[in-house]
Design a protein around this ligand. Sequence first.
Ligand code: MRU
Length: 371
Amino acid sequence: MKIDGQHYRTIWLDSDDDTVVCIIDQRPLPHQFIIEALHTVDDVFVAIRDMHVRGAGLIGAAGAYGMYLAAVDAVSHDNPLAIIKRAADKLKSSRPTAVNLSYAIDKQLDCINNVLSMSDIPAKTKTLAQTIADEDAQACFSIGQHGFPLIRYLSEQKKGQPVNILTHCNAGWLAFVDHGSATAPIYASHDAGIDVHVWVDETRPRNQGSRLTAWELEQHGVPFTVITDNTGGHLMQNGLVDIVIVGSDRTTHTGDVANKIGTYLKALAAQDNDIPFYVALPSSTFDWVIQDGCKDIPIEQRDGDEVKHIQGLDGNTLKSVLLTTRESNTANYAFDVTPARLVTGLITERGICKPNKASILQLYPEKRVND
Ligand code: MRU
């Protein structure tokens, strides 16, 4: 992705010291662009838990780099495997819903278990962290290529009039290592000269839509309009949405989709108005074990202060202000689950499939062994 014309990924190793992990701190965006250096597993844990980095793909990559930092530290101690195990458990506990985190950490654990000499684990885990990051970026690019024909078709149907796409939260390049999932087909279409316009749900309480998706789209030159979270249904009723594309934090191999809170309501409105509702995800976001997403996907509950406060600029100063009475009770569910029956299709790095076991396993036949 390009920020003010310069290419960035969302996570990388410092070119002067490869034991330092660099990230873009997403908390002050879009008002301040700050690169943060992470030196330890604890730094990575805090960065994920407190959402300096966020989004399914990026927290997976961050978890992988966190395991590399754990390996660098572990080799200078007596019982490196115990240190590695503690680091893995701690990192996994930082955010419960997105499955990419445990996917990446388990890959690192497998790699460490297969290493013959402990002195090799820093180099091996470093290579694997970079591979996981590269695969995430490549998968998102491919999602863009597979999703592009959906938008091109709508553009043809509309004889070149702008295709209106509604998206929720931030499933853009900030949520991954590059390109994004839901945004990848949008960027691919825009780059191919198709007229697109994006309705951006603000996505309370942390406003990943109005702060992050809007900023990304602006950086890329894609036309967009920020709307409050309750606006989508009205737009759909009035013919102002052609397609909904959202991301996912965990999708069961039966097609149920956990995504940012509020996604389910958009899916209901889309079905009521006969609007295609697509979910874009890399295969690292599939849960190959859980069958019933509505019952079994763990839903993160975050601090109620996120609901009670809102952050913005006061002059040039970033401030958080209280919206409610100090005593208000709050509930802050971070995700909800959209059942497969409300999803039109899944856009993956291998192509588009239906949200059901047979269709998903047709794209990922190597997963049939767990079936
Ligand atoms: O709580 P967040 O910001 O980490 O939420 C995750 C998300 O970015 C969204 O749910 C997104 O749509 C999923 S795609 C990474």
